[in-house]
Design a binder for this molecule. Structure first.
Ligand code: ZN
Ligand code: ZN
Ligand code: FE
Length: 746
């Protein structure tokens, strides 16, 4: 395999390239290292374990004067390098990264934070040029203190000396501050302001011990925090946040504490400890004191480490892991204003730990998961945004991509760089629409792009589509949802323009070329065009969007199609079922869909797992969870018809027969195997006919670890070149990349 890394930071003129060269040589790896204007690019190829060792040692053994601000990497097909070389830079070595992501607290600052003799002992805003906030404090460019939210703090003589001394670690550290001159924390409860500074921190820890729920201002917004081992408190948090079952993220004191609660593989440890400090989805250990309500319906835990001094202080003082979830009311963007956090005391929280460094832009925590030996982003936000995704070719035009509706990100692109925004979320309420508009303006301004082309989805009802139509008229291009999915996975895997792939685009919802809702699509695609060669046989979605929240509706529709009385299969109230049956029969408010995500939901409902869900894709997630307990090797069989339809009816019929014979786990696994076999079958058929060998997988369904871990080796075994996401999410959060590439090439 080949490993490609894109590193930013103090990695130029500090002996970084010779170090990479020596390390690659020592490990017998071939490839190159190159200084580019955005950072250092490294490619190495060799066997798997050597590549992982390279990845680990590059971070642990880098030259003392170097600093890594970001390190994104992906595994690709070997390119056949014969030696390792230091390539000549294309342009002058000057770094041209205008805006860096926020950086987790560095080791040196951490030492000072807990050193009683240091003047910043227990100061929650300690930082230096190697760490601290960037993206979330920048108001305008260039990145200078007067252009950040630190402008209101006048540095004390001591801080100013550091700031102006080229030999100091804080030379030109824009957020530089100390207890004398910098920001400070204040604690509010229903009594008003009750404490500040270290006194406030002590009270926070007391309140956590008493099972209270607090909001705490972080880098890109407020978190809600509470004791992750207190079941009553976590339940109370669910009640107040009106979030029934969707897993909460948990912040742990350090990597050793994570290990007490979860299994941690090598790649997972690298991800947890990286400067980006994303939430990493791990397999939870049994028998720990973690509250069951943290993640009531999965065996996993979303774990992350403290990334600001304030988090470090709270976690060390409290000792136990804490739930740290974004502070918002259902579906609204995360709270960033002190006043809003304070106003939620009583309703949502028992207290708010605020501070007076303003948040310039909202930025949620990032989420990744490791599958098939690769790190797959689920949400690319804090720590990564706004770093560009690098393309292996140059775009013809500058582009603004408006993303879609759910898990929205936007992007601006020019030349070979696509700057993806932070996670905006579901654009379905006024506050989210505001956030969307702000982010579009923000990115055009930050990256100084006047887009020649603007791209949006084909869905006429999306806010982003209407926004595009209203503002950009002539410049607007529209691209189909599933084409954009496939383009995004092609682009990050460095497919060149003109090349065709077999695109498997499996997700929940996307507007299709025939006006129906697509989501189980096999496309033959390049960057500009696509053919829909196979798709799931369309079924009715009674109630449209309501069928997403109430998968029993989809189950009723499928059963009705098969002539099976849904009452004999489902546990849902008979009156409700009758109502839905009528809708299906009369075709009232029952749009057609070929969605694979909905099929997973329906199977989940038919198996009695989730007839109604409390969060997005819960049915499919629980189905995967249950399947994971089975080693069953049998499979159902989708009928791939010559007219392009993939008939799911034999699958559902057999599931119904198996219900009396097999366990739910075995049936769930048998269904997963059927989807795997379907992917292999359709790929074989397309290859036979068109000679295409590359399979590009995108869409939320490919967050399913069982599918991906079975599919990748099977494809390789059959001589296919399978591509999955490693830089942007497979879900709709990655679509703006596909839109940008489409717009830049069309
Ligand atoms: Zn530092
Ligand atoms: Zn100071
Ligand atoms: Fe999608």
């Amino acid at each position: 395999m080949r490993l490609k890394l894109f590193i930013t930071g103090l990695v130029q003129g500090v002996g970084f390239r010779p170090f990479v060269y020596r390390l690659a040589k020592e490990l017998g790896l071939k490839g190159y290292v190159l200084n580019s204007e955005t950072g250092v690019i490294v490619e190495v190829e060799g066997d798997d374990s050597r590549l992982k060792e390279f990845l680990l040692r590059i971070q642990n053994e880098k030259p003392p004067a170097s600093r890594i601000f970001s390190l994104e990497y992906k595994f690709l097909e070997p390119a056949g390098y014969t030696d390792f070389e230091i390539k000549k830079s294309k342009k002058s070595g000057e770094l041209k990264v205008s805006v860096l992501p926020d950086l987790a607290t560095c080791e040196e600052c951490l030492k000072e934070l807990f050193d009683p003799n240091n003047r910043r002992f227990r100061y929650p805003f300690i930082n230096c040029t190697n760490c601290g906030p960037r993206f979330t404090i920048i108001l305008s460019l260039p990145y200078d203190r007067p252009n950040t939210t630190m402008r209101k703090f006048k540095m004390c003589p001591e801080c100013y000396r550091e700031y102006t001394d080229p030999s100091d670690r804080r030379f030109h550290a824009q957020p530089n501050a100390c207890p004398v001159c910098g920001p400070h924390v204040e604690l509010y409860t229903e009594k008003g302001k009750v404490a500040e500074g270290d006194e406030a921190l002590k009270l926070v820890v007391d309140m956590l011990k008493q099972g209270k729920i607090l909001s705490v201002k972080g880098l890109g917004g407020f978190h809600l925090i509470c004791d992750a081992t207190n079941e009553e408190t976590v339940k109370e948090l669910r009640r107040r946040k009106r979030r029934e079952e969707k897993p909460f993220a948990v912040m742990f004191r350090d990597i050793n504490q994570v290990r007490e609660y979860a299994e941690v593989s090598e790649l997972e440890e690298i991800a947890l400890s990286s400067v980006e400090t994303p939430i990493v989805i791990l397999d939870r250990k049994n028998g720990t004191d973690l509250a069951p309500s943290v993640s009531p319906d999965t065996d996993t835990v979303g774990a992350f480490l403290p990334y600001t001094p304030l988090h470090h202080l709270i976690l060390r003082d409290f000792g136990k892991p804490i739930v740290a979830t974004s502070c918002n009311l259902t579906d609204e963007p995360m709270v960033v204003e002190n006043s809003e956090a304070v106003s939620l005391i009583g309703e949502l929280t028992d207290g708010a730990l605020v501070h007076n460094r303003d948040i310039a832009r909202r930025c949620d925590d990032s989420v990744v998961t490791v599958m098939a030996g690769k790190v797959v982003p689920i949400r690319r936000s804090r720590g990564y945004a706004p770093l560009p995704v690098l393309l292996p070719f140059s775009l013809k035009r500058s582009v603004l991509a408006l993303g879609v509706h759910m898990k929205c990100t936007v992007a601006v692109a020019k030349d070979e760089k696509v700057y993806l925004s932070q996670h905006i979320g579901d654009v379905d309420n006024l506050k989210a629409e505001e956030f969307f508009k702000e982010t579009v303006e923000d990115f055009l301004r930050l990256f100084d792009v006047e887009p020649e082309v603007v791209v949006c989805d084909r869905h006429p009802g999306y806010f982003s589509t209407k926004f595009g139509e209203k503002l950009f008229g002539e410049r607007l291009r529209k691209v189909y949802h599933h084409h954009a999915h496939v383009i995004s996975v092609m682009a990050e895997n460095e497919i060149l323009p003109g090349e065709k792939v077999i695109g498997l685009a499996f997700d929940g919802t996307g507007y299709g070329a025939d006006g129906t809702i697509w989501g189980g699509e096999v496309l033959v695609a390049d960057y500009l065009c696509f053919d829909r060669v196979f798709h799931l046989l369309p079924f009715k979605l009674p109630g449209g969007d309501r069928a997403v929240k109430e998968p029993y509706r989809v189950a009723v529709s499928l059963l009705e199609e098969l002539g099976v009385n849904p009452d004999t299969v489902l546990g849902t109230d008979k009156k409700k079922i009758l109502f839905v049956r009528e809708m299906v029969r009369k075709g009232v408010n029952s749009p057609l869909s070929s969605s694979m995500g909905r099929l997973f939901d329906a199977v989940s409902a038919i198996l009695g797992l989730k007839e109604v869900v409390s969060y997005h894709a819960q049915g499919a997630i629980v189905l995967e969870q249950v399947a994971g307990k089975s080693g069953f090797e049998g499979s159902y069989r989708f009928e791939v018809l010559d007219d392009g339809n993939i008939d799911w009816r034999p699958v559902i019929e057999e599931i119904l027969r198996d219900k009396s014979k097999l366990s739910v786990s075995d049936i769930a696994m048998k269904f997963h195997n059927a989807v795997v076999n379907l992917c292999l079958t359709v790929a074989d058929r397309v290859r036979e006919e068109k000679g295409i060998n590359t399979v590009a997988m995108s869409g939320g369904v490919f967050q399913n670890r069982i599918l991906v871990e079975k599919l990748l080796p099977s494809f390789v075994e059959r001589g296919f070149k399978p591509l999955i996401h490693q830089i942007v999410p497979p879900n709709d959060g990655g679509i703006s990349l596909g839109q940008a590439v489409y717009g830049g090439l069309c």
